[in-house]
Design a protein around this ligand. Structure first.
Ligand code: 13P
Length: 266
């Protein structure tokens, strides 16, 4: 597994150009040295390119079309997103699966478009509360992954997977580090078994109520390649604090010790 932990912010339907510029100013002044990107609304991609281009902060979009071009009113293609210098695109976020009925098949098509355009797709998967309570988590995650694995095969290592339990998103209660370890281990095993990728070849992130106060404990887990952050990515101080935790936990070959809830690297 790569030692550098990745921090991705998802602004959802929030923000404005002024906030993009505020983040850029903050990143230029005080950057902890981790790999990080903000996935902004499409309308802010031009501002992100202009403002983040001179900083270590990267940028991305929150969705792309499953189509490349044509009569698809309102759609935005991966190629169009790439034109703004974006590096990442979120695909299959649970809010889109639920509110817009996105299917695993559409999500695979979007991932393929993103890869073809030179973007790194971040594929979001996760179970709902009732699925967790019905002990269906493994079944749901396997179903969400299998079409993707079969369609991509060799391209799988270019994808980032984000495990976001739907019950943790926006709830203030993240999954515990133990639960995260267990589930990310299952996802890695599924990718290895069905996709033939070696353990650690695919970066797997955790998302769902990641905040400055829990980021260190989550990012210190070996299984966690990074975090996908919603609400806390809208506040520069909070986002930078999470990036600092990622930078600490990325320290190459340093042992991470958790003592009384705090994390230190030695
Ligand atoms: P929160 O961090 O606000 O829980 O949102 C998580 C999320 O959905 C990121 O994609």
């Amino acid at each position: 597994m790569t030692a550098a932990k990745l921090v991705i912010g998802n602004w959802k339907l929030n923000g404005e150009v002024a906030r993009v510029r505020a983040f850029a100013q903050r990143a230029a002044r005080d950057w902890p040295g981790c790999e990080a990107a903000l996935c902004v609304p499409h309308t802010m991609l031009a501002a992100a390119q202009a403002a983040f281009g001179a900083t270590p902060l990267r940028w991305g979009a929150q969705d792309c079309s499953a189509e490349d071009e044509g009569a698809f009113t309102g759609e935005v293609s991966a190629r169009m997103i790439r034109e703004f210098g974006a590096r990442y695109v979120l695909v299959g976020h649970s809010e889109r699966r639920t509110a817009l009925g996105e299917t695993d098949g559409q999500i695979v098509a979007k991932v393929q478009r993103a890869l073809a355009a030179g973007l790194t797709p971040i594929v979001c998967i996760g179970e709902k509360a009732e699925e967790r309570d019905g002990e269906q988590t493994a079944m749901v995650l396997r179903r969400q992954l299998l079409q993707l694995v079969r369609a991509l095969q060799g391209g799988l290592a270019s994808v980032v997977v984000a495990y976001e339990p739907v019950w943790a998103i926006g709830s203030g209660d993240a999954a515990t580090p133990g639960m995260i370890d267990h589930t990310l281990g299952f996802i890695a095993d599924t990718l290895a078994f069905h996709g033939g990728v070696s353990a650690g070849a695919v970066r797997i992130l955790y998302g769902g109520s990641v905040h400055p106060r829990n980021a260190g404990a989550i990012l210190s887990r070996k299984s966690v390649a990074g975090v996908l952050v919603g609400g806390a990515s809208l506040v520069p101080d909070d986002f930078i604090e999470i990036c600092k935790a990622a930078a600490r936990c990325s320290a190459p070959r340093h042992e991470i010790h958790i003592q009384q809830g705090s994390v230190s690297a030695q």
